[in-house]
Design a protein. Structure first.
Length: 65
């Protein structure tokens, strides 16, 4: 068994995925409860995903500043 330098014996990975359209999985909030993150991260993450998607589309179409 590998010993981590931070004295951690195990880790758990939660799939907190936000798509380019801001869509999240059904279990997003359930997984979020198991972390120290607040529910505000959902709104901020969705906003960032949508803004970045719009920016990429504007570059593709040729209308970026």
């Amino acid at each position: 068994m590998k010993t981590w330098p931070w004295n951690i014996n195990n880790i758990t990975v939660y799939p907190l995925v936000i798509s380019a359209e801001g869509v999240v999985t059904r279990n997003f909030l359930k997984y979020l409860e198991n972390t120290r993150l607040t529910k505000n991260i959902l709104r901020v993450g969705q906003n960032a995903a949508l803004l970045q998607t719009c920016h990429i589309e504007r570059i593709f179409v040729g209308h970026a500043p």
